[in-house]
Design a protein around this ligand. Sequence first.
Ligand code: MG
Ligand code: ZN
Length: 178
Amino acid sequence: MFLDRDGIINRKLPEDRYVRKPSEFELLPDVEAALAIMRDHGFVLVVVTNQRGIARGIMTEDDLIQVHQFMNSLLIKCGVKFEGIYYCPHDKNDYCDCRKPEPGMILAAAKDLEIDLNSSYMVGDSASDVEAAKNAGVKSVHISSADGDIGAELVFPTLIDFARHLHDLERSFPQPCV
Ligand SMILES: [Mg+2]
Ligand SMILES: [Zn+2]
C-alpha cells in the first residue's frame, strides 16, 4: 500500500507551505485506524511523498527526517508502522525519476520491500498521485470529498472509507463450496 503523505496522512498546509517541523504535523482523523485495517489485511505500508521544499531551500532534509520521526512516534502508539518512507527532495525542473507523477519511489519501494505491484494501491489526493500509480502499474485511489474526476480507479472521501472498502471486499469473497 503506497500512500501519499500530505492530505492523506497529515493535514495539508496551504499551497506553497511545507510541514517543516513536528508542531506543523497534524494527523488527519481516523488515519491510525485506517492504517491498522490495511495492515491487518496484509498490506505493507509505505509513504511516497514529494517534498520539493527541500530543493527550494525552505526546509532541510534533516527537518523532514525529524517530521517523519514524529509521524512514526504518533503511529507507533497505535501499533502501526510504515515499513518505508520514500521522499523526493527535488524540484519540478530537476527532472528526476522520483518526483510523482514519475513512478520511481513506488518502484524503488517495491524492489526494496519485495512488494507485488499487481496487488498494490497508490492512495493520494492529487492528479500526480493517480498518474504515478498508473506509471508504476498499481491501482489508483483518489481521496477526495469534492466532485471532479481525475481518472482514478477508486475514489473515496477519506482514507478510512477506503480501508473499510478493502475490509468489505475481503469479506465478500465467496466461500469455497464443500
Ligand atoms: Mg498530497
Ligand atoms: Zn526526485
